[in-house]
Structures are given as structure tokens and as C-alpha cells.
Design a protein around this ligand. Structure first.
Ligand code: NAD
Length: 458
């Protein structure tokens, strides 16, 4: 399922809705079942939710939380920008959310966010987190380590989007907080939604049961046209004033590594994660190449528009990874595995070496995995169960992508252990609208971009 930031990703659009058997009746919107008497933050069975990062995915994830069968209320919202928060609030409390869910209905009675529970700015998360039982973390990934740490410190269950960091120090913080979350029995779901998608779950079961033997090569792809860009000119025109560098980078976050991690991290993480999952391992080293040919110029910050990486696992097998953001080129978002006894040419399909079909899974009636993530999380919370600890895999999937970026940016062989121990911290020292990010444009307006063989990237 392609991940397309800024097109209401993860929302239950009309096309998806027909695939969403769990919601087909639409009645869940009107009849929240009170499954459990477990007391939450206010002593009732109401599960209170706060969303931190009220953009496309935050809106979709909040909607999915409110569409579960549990007695869920959205009680607090936090965003860096007030206009983004207002847009999200208006969508969630609209009379008609059919554009998102495919059915004429609304969830406005479950959106109970008074003005004093709407927080903006860099510290907004600190004010929203104490008010809820479950926190949805959907800012750009650079902030995830700090936000996740705070949730765990305060004993909250978490749904957080991938990636969970943009640099190795961030990954290490998430790994540590994920350990603490396990000790505190906090449910943590990471939005690597293929783990909640039936076709991938069935495929993994068969592969792990040995249907195609040992995996010897893996091929993973996120080749697409690319995503949105917010030019400085358009942003300043809309604002009616000049933006500070921090404001600009925050609005056009996709193109800055401290916020996004490059598209290998922001999108291709899904396929890299599937590669690791099927292999049941994380890579030990990587080497690769990449650059920018099409997406050049001052509006595109510092990230590449293509990467090709060869990841190596402990047993010597390889995962070949391609990701590209170039319009007019081949699109493919998928995975392929070659085993000693057969192959897995695409999700849900398995073949013997002679081409006999071992599996051909029809996923047309399967539920939307973006909804399943929330259905399963909120059911566990309502029952008082500790069932999900996706934090560690989320962090290691993120590290796989960062390892790939280090390999393509440097053109060198990078060892996993060196990458994970890297102290290259991309975050600005200070978070404020007039603070200065680490990466700045030159006099020509262009941002420095990694040069293989020259740049220090680890
Ligand atoms: N699993 C998926 O398929 C999927 C799909 C889309 C996006 N995502 C992930 O969701 C995250 C958000 O992506 P999006 O497309 O919603 O982006 P977006 O730009 O639409 O939303 C991000 C929001 O976070 C806000 N924000 C930025 N910094 C903040 C801070 N420090 N505190 C509070 N709010 C802050 C922004 O103002 C914006 O409203 C990303 O990590 C992205 O990779 C996942």
C-alpha cells in the first residue's frame, strides 16, 4: 500500500473502503461498544487520545483511533503550527467525513478538544501528553525520539509513525525508550502497517515456515514520482511575510535530513522493513550509490532523488534496495525474495523453483491495515493487555534506512555497528522559530548535498 504523504495517507478513502470489511457496515461509527470496564486516566472506560503532529497522517491516525470499537475520545492536539492544527480539527469534527471514510457519517461527538487543550509550538507535545492515555505521534520523524521518550516517561501507550528517527543518536534514544516501555508494559504500535496487513502476515508465515527455503537474495523497491514540495516563494506568499529559515525548513520538511532522513528513510523504510522481516534479521553492513539528477535546485533542500544499496546479512545473503523519486520513470513499490527452494515474487505469492504456485493470496476483501493497527491497539488497551512492542523493530528498521543513506552519501562500506554508534546528531541545538538549523543555503540559495567520497555522513 503506497505511502503518500500529504494525500491523506492512511485515510479510508472510497477505494480502500470497499476493501475494509471491518468497517463495511459503517455502524461502528454510531455504536461504540464499551468492551471493558478498565479505568483509564479519568477513572472511566473512556480511552483518551492526544495527537502530536496534526498533518495528513495525524488526521488519518486520529480518525482511525476514533473509528475503533472502543470508547475513544480525542482530548488534546499539538502541532508546531496553528493552521495545521485547525485544519485537522475541522476535518475530524466535520458533519461529514465521507471523503476520508467512504461513508456518510461523522465522529464529531468523539472529538472533545476544548480550546485550552490545543497546543502549538515546539513544546506543544509536553502539554498534550499528560492529558491522554494514548498518544499518536505523527510529526516529521526528527522529533520522534524526544516525543516518544516523553510518552514512555509518562507511562502512555503510543501509536507512532515510521520512521522513528533521522539519525543514529535518535535511534539509540528510541531503542532505550522502547526497552523501558516493555518494562512498563506500555503498548507501542509503529506505523509500519504491512505488519498489520493480512497479505503480508500470511506471506511471512509461509516464508518463515520454510516454503521457499532459506532466503538468499531480497529485492526491495520504492520507485515513484516523488512527493510534495512547498517552495519558499509559495510559503512566503501565503504567509504575507518572509519566513525564518527554521519556519521554512519546518514547512518544507521533506527535503531536510534532520526532519525527514531522506526518502530512503521516510518511504523506503517500509520495504526495507519487509526485507528484514522476511529474512528475520537486520543487515550487518551496506554499500551503495545515489545522487540527485531531477530534483535539484533550492526548493529541494539536501536530499537525494535516488539510492541503490546492497545490504549484507550475517549469513552472507544480500538485500538489494532501490528507491527513486523521479517523475516519468518506472513505478514499483514491492518486494521480491529468492529462496533456496523457490521464490516470493510479490506480496502474497510463492512459487517453487519449477514455477508451481505454492501461494496466491487474494487480498481484495482484506481490512485496511491502517485501521487494523488501531483496532488491535485499542482493543488490547481496553482489555488491559500488553500486546504490542513495535518500538525496537521500528528503531532497527529506521536504522537500516539510515545505514543505507550513510552508504549512498559516502560511497563507502558502512558497518551496522559503526552506523548505530555514530554520534552525528542532525538536530538543531535549539528549537525556536528564530533558531538556526545546522544546514543552511549558500549564496546561490542551494543547500549542500552529500558528495560520495568527500562528505562526512556517519
Ligand atoms: N505509514 C504510512 O503509510 C505513512 C503515510 C504518511 C506519512 N507517514 C509518516 O507520518 C509522519 C507525518 O507525515 P505527514 O504526511 O502527516 O506530514 P505532514 O506534514 O502532513 O504533518 C506533519 C505535522 O507535524 C507538525 N509538526 C512538525 N513538527 C512538529 C513538532 N515539533 N511538534 C508538533 N507538531 C509538529 C507539522 O506542522 C504538521 O502539521 C511522517 O513520519 C511520515 O513518514 C506514514
Amino acid at each position: 500500500m503506497p505511502d503518500s504523504p500529504h494525500k491523506n495517507p492512511g485515510s479510508l478513502r472510497r477505494r480502500d473502503f470497499v476493501k475494509t470489511s471491518a468497517l463495511a457496515a459503517g455502524s461502528v461509527l454510531l455504536m461504540p461498544s464499551m468492551l471493558s470496564a478498565k479505568a483509564h486516566i479519568d477513572g472511566s472506560d473512556v480511552i483518551k487520545v492526544a495527537v502530536v503532529g496534526c498533518g495528513g497522517r495525524g488526521t488519518g491516525a486520529a480518525m482511525q483511533a476514533l473509528l475503533t470499537k472502543q470508547n475513544v475520545r480525542l482530548v488534546a492536539m499539538a502541532d508546531a503550527f496553528r493552521d495545521r492544527l485547525d485544519e485537522c480539527y475541522a476535518t475530524l469534527s466535520a458533519d461529514d467525513i465521507s471523503d476520508w471514510t467512504g461513508t456518510e457519517d461523522n465522529i464529531k461527538d468523539r472529538v472533545q478538544v476544548p480550546e485550552e487543550h490545543k497546543f502549538t509550538g515546539f513544546d506543544a507535545y509536553l502539554k498534550a501528553i499528560p492529558l491522554a492515555d494514548v498518544i499518536i505521534l505523527t510529526t516529521p520523524p526528527g522529533f520522534r525520539p524526544a516525543h516518544f521518550e516523553e510518552c514512555v516517561r509518562q507511562g502512555k501507550h503510543v501509536f507512532m509513525e515510521k520512521p522513528v528517527a533521522t539519525d543514529a543518536p535518535g535511534v539509540r534514544r528510541v531503542l532505550e525508550a522502547a526497552e523501558l516501555a516493555k518494562k512498563k508494559k506500555l503498548n507501542i504500535v509503529v506505523g509500519l502497517q504491512r505488519h498489520y496487513q493480512t497479505v503480508y502476515r500470511r506471506w511471512a508465515e509461509m516464508i518463515h515456515a520454510g516454503a521457499i527455503g532459506d532466503i538468499v537474495t531480497s529485492h526491495v523497491y520504492w520507485n515513484s514520482e516523488g512527493v510534495w514540495v512547498h517552495t519558499r516563494e509559495a510559503l512566503e506568499k501565503k504567509a504575507g511575510r518572509k519566513l525564518t529559515e527554521m519556519e521554512y525548513q519546518m514547512r518544507n520538511w521533506y527535503y531536510f535530513n534532520w526532519l525527514c532522513g531522506d526518502h530512503i528513510c521516510e518511504q523506503h523504510i517500509h520495504n526495507l522493513d519487509v526485507g528484514n522481516w522476511m529474512k528475520n534479521a537486520y543487515p550487518v553492513r551496506a554499500q551503495g550509490m545515489g545522487g540527485r539528477q531531477v530534483r535539484v535546485g533550492p526548493d529541494y533542500g539536501e536530499i537525494y532523488d535516488h539510492h541503490f544499496v546492497e545490504f549484507e546479512y550475517e549469513d552472507g545473503s544480500r538485500m538489494f534496495s532501490q528507491c527513486r523519486h523521479q517523475p516519468g520513470t518506472m513505478s514499483r513499490v514491492s518486494e521480491f525474495f529468492q529462496g533456496t527452494n523457490g521464490s516470493a515474487p510479490r506480496p502474497g505469492v510463492l512459487l517453487t523453483r519449477s514455477g508451481h504456485e505454492l501461494m496466491k493470496y487474494d487480498d481484495r476483501k482484506d481490512p485496511n491495515p491502517y485501521q487494523v493497527e488501531h483496532d488491535e491497539l485499542f482493543e488490547a488497551i481496553a482489555k488491559g493487555e500488553f500486546k504490542f512492542s513495535d518500538g525496537e523493530n521500528g528503531a532497527k528498521a529506521t536504522m537500516t534506512a539510515i545505514l543505507g543513506r550513510m552508504a549512498t552519501y559516502s560511497g563507502k562500506i558502512i558497518e551496522w555497528k559503526d552506523a548505530l554508534n555514530s554520534n552525528l546528531d542532525l538536530m538543531p541545538q535549539k528549537l525556536a522559530w528564530n533558531a538556526v538549523p545546522q544546514v543552511l543555503p549558500g549564496e546561490d540559495g542551494l543547500y549542500p548535498c552529500a558528495i560520495p567520497g568527500k562528505s562526512i555522513v556517519i
